[in-house]
Design a protein around this ligand. Structure first.
Ligand SMILES: CC(C)(COP(=O)(O)OP(=O)(O)OC[C@H]1O[C@@H](n2cnc3c(N)ncnc32)[C@H](O)[C@@H]1OP(=O)(O)O)[C@@H](O)C(=O)NCCC(=O)NCCS
Length: 156
């Protein structure tokens, strides 16, 4: 059974760190590996303050994916998601991406995302659930689509 758990403790933030580090190479901004000490600081200054909210997704007892809502100065919500490396291509990427969009829409805002053009899986997911590309940019030689999702298929 798939369940979601808000990240509201240091232990959950540590689980997030392990998952996120497996996804680092596909990130559009920070592709570094995050240390346990850095993550404790991240939890204290950004999650506990509400600047970033997040959840873990479980398949039974196993954490398999995460989603983060990152708010910018303009009040836009940016999506960050990832799936455990050993559990990809099982449909979890689509589920976690939709759940994150739902969480933004529940707060009355569009969901924004930056997706590498060469990230075939995430490109496919985003295009199939209602994201549209509003800008394409080059950052350090990497082509990135800036996308937004105003509504999910089947939702007003
Ligand atoms: C991108 C990512 C989330 C996809 O997760 P996933 O669990 O493998 O995705 P799904 O199983 O839900 O697959 C969704 C669709 O994408 C396709 N897909 C997934 N990975 C793919 C890949 N590497 N190449 C081509 N197609 C891919 C699947 O076949 C599926 O297609 P379908 O709808 O026709 O069946 C996962 O690879 C990941 O976590 N990558 C690292 C982090 C990341 O890229 N995060 C997003 C940053 S914007």
């Amino acid at each position: 059974m798939i369940t979601f758990e808000d990240i509201g403790s240091l232990a959950a933030a540590e689980t997030l760190r392990v998952l996120r580090n497996e996804c680092a190479g596909s990130m559009t901004r920070d592709t570094s590996q995050i240390s346990a000490a850095q993550q404790r600081e991240f939890y204290r200054t950004r999650i506990a303050t509400g600047e970033i909210s997040g959840f873990l997704m479980f398949d039974g007892p196993e954490p398999v994916a995460y989603g983060l809502l990152v708010w910018d100065e303009a009040g836009r919500a940016w999506s960050s998601t990832g799936v455990k490396a050993s559990r990809r291509r099982e449909g979890f990427g689509r589920i976690v991406t939709i759940e994150n969009v739902r969480r933004a829409h529940a707060q009355g805002v569009a969901m924004w995302a930056e997706v590498r053009r060469d990230n075939a899986g995430q490109q496919k997911i985003c295009r199939s659930i209602g994201y549209r590309t509003v800008e394409t940019l080059d950052r350090d030689g990497v082509t990135i689509d800036v996308m937004r999702c105003d509504s999910l298929p089947g939702h007003a």
